[in-house]
Design a protein around this ligand. Structure first.
Ligand SMILES: NC(=O)c1ccc[n+]([C@@H]2O[C@H](COP(=O)([O-])OP(=O)(O)OC[C@H]3O[C@@H](n4cnc5c(N)ncnc54)[C@H](O)[C@@H]3O)[C@@H](O)[C@H]2O)c1
Length: 253
């Protein structure tokens, strides 16, 4: 087992499937001790936990709704009790938007903003005291190319991810002088639970593939290495940036 993250303690949210699962497993493969969280998909979380157990890495799986400050504080507390520290936070939990702007209900606005932005805010704030005390930490927020440019029917999702990008920059500035790195990864189109229905439609799949210079939709395993890079000490001079991982899609806009 490689040791780039030997004994590092990493919290990964939204680890029950997709990009979060691929990231958690990759971190474990490289020596990290994991705290994996998700809100509802308990079976998915268990599958991730068992894949990590097969790697003989330590792992604590917790049901956490990132909209709840109480549950996040309990998660951070449980991490500290089990592992004594927190080195890495990957804010990956997220949700999509399924309505054009004119028909967006207040509840849907709250749901998208609370999961994608408020959750990131709560988690970053909850881990920072430990990272400040240790003068060491890596935070990676998973945003989206939809936080870089707008798309039809995605207005509030666009706003949540654009705001998460700026929140990343703001925190990066506020930890000035510390040995803490705060960055974001903005995936393009990736086949996960969130998008599988869309890409199951052959026409949609072709529509997007034709707009991606790499001529394929991404997989979670295309995104995880970028997240790991920003979590690593090789990236210690990269701070407050958003790394777009989209097969070149944004170049064509
Ligand atoms: N799939 C894509 O094309 C794509 C593109 C750009 C960005 N993203 C972002 O990547 C991240 C991961 O999404 P994915 O594509 O792997 O989808 P996914 O549906 O496989 O994973 C989403 C994860 O977030 C968790 N989650 C959702 N609401 C939550 C809540 N309230 N509390 C805690 N956990 C919650 C889910 O349980 C799941 O584990 C999201 O932030 C998403 O916005 C995805």
């Amino acid at each position: 087992m490689s040791s780039r993250f030997h004994n590092k303690v990493a919290i990964v949210t939204g680890a029950s499937s997709g990009i979060g699962r691929a990231t958690a497993i990759s971190l474990a493969r490289e020596g990290a001790r994991l705290v994996i969280c998700a809100d509802r998909n308990v079976d998915g979380l268990e599958e991730t936990r068992s894949a990590i157990a097969e790697l003989e890495a330590e792992c604590l799986a917790m049901r956490v709704d990132v909209r709840s400050q109480e549950q996040i504080e309990a998660c951070v507390q449980a991490t500290l009790e089990r592992f004594g520290t927190i080195d890495i936070l990957v804010n990956n939990a997220g949700t999509g938007q399924f309505a054009p702007f004119a028909s967006m209900e207040n509840d849907e606005y709250d749901r998208v903003m609370d999961i994608n932005l408020r959750g990131t805010f709560y988690l970053c704030r909850a881990v920072l005291p430990t990272m400040m005390k240790n003068d060491y930490g890596k935070i990676v927020n998973v945003t989206s190319v939809m936080g870089e440019v707008a798309a039809q029917g995605q207005s509030v999702y666009n706003a949540s991810k654009g705001a998460a990008k700026l929140l990343t920059q703001g925190i990066a500035v506020d930890v000035t002088g510390s040995n803490i790195n705060v960055n974001a990864v903005a995936p393009g189109m990736v086949v996960t639970n969130m998008t599988q229905r869309m890409f199951a439609n052959e026409k949609m799949e072709r529509f997007f593939t034709e707009r991606i210079p790499k001529r394929r939709i991404g997989q979670p395993e295309d995104i995880a290495p970028a997240i790991l890079f920003l979590c690593s000490d090789e990236a210690s001079y990269i701070h407050g940036t958003t790394l777009v991982v989209d097969g070149g899609m944004l170049c064509t806009r």
